[in-house]
Design a binder for this molecule. Structure first.
Ligand code: R5P
Length: 295
């Protein structure tokens, strides 16, 4: 259990809902952005012992610099146990050097977060070649929750006996979890990415003719993975294609591209605020913060 939740001014809606669900006070960190881009941060002058900070890391670079300041400042002001509640945890996809010299961002960002916080709670982190959050956060406690079952439940109620399909191998873990809870048919595609917006998707050997299909993934960024899968499905005779993702990054023209590809509905969790949000991760986060074994 925590004594106080902190947040930044651009995440007050989620933070207010979370503080209410946990039953703890909420305070907002004041932020001044200097003309040259630096941030001045002001926390409450005295902090209780157990403090959680809500900070989603979509568009992460400036936010990481602020976390680097907030964490030691919070300790100076009295916090002894610091938890980062990070609904969307960025930099998890770069989990190996795909060519010589490439930095393994997951490892280095994980090490930095582990040096600032005692615990981290997140939702559907992109763990592929690494199995647990404890491996990402050396020596600290990490908890990965999942919105897959919530999205699976939503899909089952808003599409007709849909097939849940992961657009790549990595999505198989979320698709399996969501399909099992609802007893739905499921599968996953094979993806080949040759650039930020260049993606090819091969469908599994399943009969999609006349079926409603819901593409389920952890994160949509440019949306091109989902576009490629949706186009292939419609060509194979699917009756409809909907999209359900935990983290709705949807950069640039992603949503327009999905519509142009024939996607019927775009659904997401509120881990990242977006017009497509239909299910809330607040109960998951609140239960994790209230649990006796809370990190
Ligand atoms: C990576 O494998 C992730 O699960 C997503 O499939 C990927 O990040 C989506 O990226 P985009 O929307 O840019 O295709």
């Amino acid at each position: 259990m925590i004594d106080l939740l902190l947040c930044f001014d651009d995440e007050t809606m989620l933070a207010e809902a979370l503080a209410r669900a946990v039953g703890c006070p909420l305070q907002i960190i004041e932020r001044h952005r200097f003309p040259d881009g630096e941030s001045k941060l002001k926390l409450p002058p005295r902090l209780p012992s157990r403090v959680a900070l809500l900070r989603g890391l979509q568009q992460p670079n400036d936010k990481l610099a602020e976390l680097m300041i907030v964490a030691p400042a919070a300790r100076e002001l009295g916090a002894r146990n610091l938890t980062l509640v990070c609904p969307y945890l960025a930099y998890m996809r770069q989990d190996m050097a795909f060519s010589p010299g490439e930095a393994v961002s997951q490892r280095h960002i994980g090490a930095a977060l582990a040096s600032w916080f005692d615990n981290l709670i997140t939702i559907d982190p992109h763990l592929h070649r690494v199995a647990t959050m404890d491996e990402v956060l050396p020596g600290k406690r990490g908890l990965a929750l999942s919105a897959a079952a919530l999205l699976g439940d939503w899909a089952a109620r808003h599409a007709q006996q849909p097939i849940l399909l992961g657009p790549d191998d990595e999505a198989a873990q979320w698709v399996r979890a969501a399909a099992a809870a609802q007893g739905l048919d499921h599968g996953s595609c094979v993806k080949q990415r040759s650039g930020d917006r260049e993606v090819k998707v091969a469908l599994p050997d399943m009969d999609f003719g006349g079926r409603e299909v819901v593409l389920l993934d952890d994160v949509a960024s440019t949306g091109r993975t989902l576009v490629a899968a949706a186009e292939a499905l419609l060509q194979r005779g699917a009756r409809s294609v909907d999209v359900a993702v935990t983290h709705a990054l949807f950069v640039g023209d992603a949503v327009a591209q999905l519509a142009a590809a024939g996607v019927r509905h775009v659904w997401s969790s509120d881990s990242v605020a977006h017009a497509s949000n239909v299910v809330s991760v607040v109960p998951l986060l609140a239960a994790a913060l209230r649990a006796p074994s809370a990190p």
